[in-house]
Design a protein around this ligand. Sequence first.
Ligand code: GUN
Length: 305
Amino acid sequence: MSALILDGRKINEQILAELKPRIDSLTRNRRAPGLAVVLVGDNPASEIYVRSKVKACQDLGIRGFQQTPPASITTAELLELIESLNRNEDVDGILVQMPLPKQVDAPRILLAVDPAKDADGFHPLNVGNLVTNRPAPRPCTPAGIMQMLKRYGIRVEGKRAVVVGRSDIVGKPMALLLLHENATVTICHSKTPDLASECRRADILIAAIGRPALLTRDFIHPGAVVVDVGMNRITDETEANRIFAHDEKRLAAFAKNGRVLVGDVDPRAMAEISSAYTPVPGGVGPLTIAMLMSNTVSLAEQHLA
Ligand code: GUN
């Protein structure tokens, strides 16, 4: 039986369509929701993410406030910018794109964002709200994955879930959201011995470790649901040929562009062994954007209530 492809673009469209009337109603009765996106420096991956976030705002009728301070900004200067966004009454949500340059004290910046404007759910107060399962903005990528599972009717309760990766942005909040839905959750990371056998125990396997195609055939229990959060850009021809040996289209794309995107899971193994999986691209990426828009609309509704 061939695996079900979990289509992030389709779920993204569903979620945005549900948000549209809420945005229109706010705009008609009060004002448009506003999202400030802070992109420091010129990290190419961050630039791509931010461009799609700002475009999603435009398409939906959310007012986008893009701020692009230089990579040389100091912590004090960035704190000042955050404070001005906290005070701006047209701004409902603030997002500081990660990673920040080395000289910037990132934890201090995240702490400075008004928790009531925390579109990413990264403020320690909202991290606490997540741990204790109280209503608050949730980190967008894990929240999007939960929406995807729910909308495809994939039950979480009683399942064994394995999360590979322990970042504050994906791994940790993902594990907590699955736990709150009554999964039995294991968190693995780069120091986990025998990662393959841990992963093979998973009914639901979430790969968020940022290593191209690290999870191969022997990491996947036949019939498992596999969610691949990885977004790794490959420029090495030998590696591309190995990973996409089965996929002429992707090899042709590599030949043309000199790069190709691959997740944390071997794409052929995932398609052949899982019962359902998220492709890269077109799986998890669009969900992150949908949930950012959703968090922003919810914050605006709270501010304008
Ligand atoms: N960097 C990678 N993913 C994200 C995200 O979801 N939000 C922010 N702010 N930065 C990121």
